[in-house]
Design a protein around this ligand. Structure first.
Ligand code: HEM
Length: 148
C-alpha cells in the first residue's frame, strides 16, 4: 500500500537526526556531571552564575548541559511542528517527544532546585531515556520512507 504524505521525508530526517545527535550529547554530558559529582556546581536556575558569559571551570559542564538542552529542544520542537504540518508518518512520536522534552526540562529545574533529590534524579534519567526512544522512533519512521 502506498503511503501518502505532502512533502519529502528529507526535512524530517534532517531535523530528527540533529535532535537525536544533540540528545545523545546532552545525555553523555548529564551522566558525566552525575558520575563526577558536579550536579551541584550550578545551584541557580535557569542560568549558572556566569549568566550568558563563558563559564568558569567549575560551571563548565553544567553550563553546557543547559546550553545544549536549548538547542536540542529547538530541534525536537521543529521536528514536531514539521511532522504535524507536513509529514504524517512521524507525527505521533514527534509530538510525544515535544511533550516529553518539556517535562524533562521541568525535571532538570527540579533536580537543581531540590539539590539532587534522589527521586527527581531518577525521574530525570528515565525521562531522558524515554525522550531518546521517542526521538529515535521519529527518526526511523522518517528514514524508512527516504526513497519514496
Ligand atoms: C533534553 C533535556 C535533558 C536531558 C535529555 C537530560 C539528561 C540528563 C541525563 C541523562 C543525566 C544523567 C542522570 C544520571 O546519571 O543520573 C542528567 C543529569 C543532570 N541534569 Fe539533565 N537533562 C536535560 C535537561 C536538564 C536541565 C534543563 C537541567 C537544569 C538545569 C538539567 C540538570 C541536570 C543536573 C543537575 C544533572 C546532574 C544530576 C546528578 O548530579 O545526579 N538537565 N541529565
Amino acid at each position: 500500500m502506498e503511503i501518502q504524505h505532502s512533502s519529502s521525508p528529507k526535512v524530517a530526517i534532517g531535523l530528527s537526526f540533529c535532535a537525536l545527535a544533540m540528545l545523545y550529547s546532552v545525555m553523555l554530558v548529564g551522566v558525566y556531571i552525575s558520575s563526577s559529582n558536579q550536579g551541584l556546581s550550578c545551584t541557580e536556575w535557569p542560568l549558572c552564575p556566569n549568566g550568558f558569559g563563558l563559564p568558569s571551570e567549575k560551571h563548565f559542564f553544567e553550563h553546557y548541559h543547559r546550553v545544549m538542552v536549548v538547542i536540542t529542544a529547538g530541534f525536537i520542537f521543529a521536528t514536531a511542528a514539521y511532522s504535524f504540518k507536513k509529514f504524517k508518518p512521524a507525527r505521533k512520536t514527534a509530538i510525544i517527544a515535544a511533550i516529553v522534552v518539556s517535562v524533562q526540562i521541568i525535571f532538570g529545574m527540579l533536580v537543581v532546585t531540590t539539590r539532587l533529590e534522589p527521586l527527581l534524579v531518577a525521574s530525570h534519567l528515565s525521562t531522558g531515556i524515554l525522550l531518546f526512544a521517542m526521538t529515535l522512533m521519529t527518526f526511523l519512521a522518517s528514514y524508512k520512507l527516504r526513497f519514496q
